[in-house]
Ligand binder design. Structure first.
Ligand SMILES: Cc1cc2nc3c(=O)[nH]c(=O)nc-3n(C[C@H](O)[C@H](O)[C@H](O)COP(=O)(O)OP(=O)(O)OC[C@H]3O[C@@H](n4cnc5c(N)ncnc54)[C@H](O)[C@@H]3O)c2cc1C
Length: 295
């Protein structure tokens, strides 16, 4: 039934696909289907069909903050990678599809001498996932450049929401409490100096390479920053650097990252993250909370 729906509506899909290939942690079982709508109209048609048919689905961006369970996903992963249009609306206003990679958008803006999102360079997610998480780095948060977000609501209707109604705060947005699919976003940028923007982007990328275990699969910082503390410092203070469960390990290079040494399972990662949370709470009294999302 699903295959004929995809084929009749010319929706690109993958069947019985390993989710390891679709997340930066490289763990998880297989998805029954991964569907890749090519625009908002196709995404709306797909979501309506899945809802009406009672088929389980999950929206996936670049998979850089999500890990899937080892038993896999018995439904449809709706992957936004093909919602990848970038369109300039005027000199400083740009529409980006949800499936555009943040680093690709940053490079595109830099070439047009536009600043306002350059701190996102090196965050390995897409625009949609960045908005959902209110991704941020080096003093910036994606919400600071948002004008309005375009999304499909729970009835698969295409709507727009102004930034002031998005309830953005540290790693939080309104999208986390809604069953919506973000299809794109209008960003307002400022004109800047092309070379200075490039220099900043290269500098923060260098800082990432120096400080983060980028040679190993991960979901970036595994824990949110608890108010008044740094998760990595607390983890280190508790002697958990290098601690491992199966193939999952607290990185020796950056204690805030749990890494996949090569053969980790989702179960290993979750067990290690829960162990870290428990020890940190017992030894320091501070509650740290996972940033990565387990599906
Ligand atoms: C090496 C590394 C470094 C990182 N550094 C940073 C950093 O500096 N700062 C930071 O904030 N994060 C960082 N991250 C984490 C991650 O890149 C961000 O959270 C990013 O915003 C996730 O985007 P994504 O497209 O990968 O989303 P995914 O991981 O695919 O999804 C994340 C959540 O968003 C939802 N979602 C995704 N797209 C949509 C959509 N279109 N509509 C509705 N919901 C959607 C998903 O359902 C899921 O719940 C890092 C990760 C790695 C691996």
């Amino acid at each position: 039934m699903l295959k004929s729906f995809f084929e009749e509506n010319e929706i690109q899909y993958l069947e019985n696909e390993s989710l390891k290939k679709h997340t930066t942690f490289k763990v998880g079982g297989k998805a029954k289907f991964i569907a890749l709508p090519s625009d908002a109209a196709q995404a709306a048609k797909l979501l309506c069909f899945l809802k009406d048919s009672g088929i389980k689905y999950y929206i996936l961006g670049k998979g850089s903050n999500v890990i899937f369970r080892d038993e896999g996903f018995d439904g449809v992963i709706v992957k936004t990678a093909n919602l990848n249009k970038i369109e300039y609306l005027d000199d400083t206003t740009v529409y980006s599809g949800a499936g555009v990679q943040l680093s690709t958008l940053c490079k595109n803006l830099q070439e047009k001498s536009l600043k306002g999102l350059e701190f996102c360079y090196g965050i390995p997610g897409n625009v949609g996932g960045g908005l959902f998480m209110n991704a941020g780095a080096y003093g910036g948060e994606i919400c600071s450049a948002v004008w309005e977000v375009e999304y499909l609501d729970e009835n698969c209707q295409l709507k727009k929401i102004n930034v002031k109604d998005c309830d953005f705060s540290y790693r939080h947005s309104v999208f986390q409490s809604k069953n919506w699919l973000i299809t794109g976003c209008v960003f307002k940028l400022q004109l800047g100096n092309k070379e200075e923007i490039l220099a900043f982007m290269e500098d923060i990328m260098q800082r990432r390479v120096t400080k983060q275990p980028l040679d190993k699969p991960s979901a970036g910082s595994s824990f949110k920053r608890p108010a008044g503390y740094f998760a990595a410092a607390l983890i280190e203070e508790c002697g958990l650097k290098g601690c491992s469960v199966g193939g999952a390990q607290v990185s020796e290079k950056h204690s805030g990252f749990i890494i996949n040494k090569g053969d980790a399972t989702c179960t290993d990662i979750v067990a290690l993250a829960e162990h870290v949370e428990k020890v940190v709470l017992e030894k320091t009294g501070v509650k740290i909370e996972k940033e990565m999302i387990i599906v």
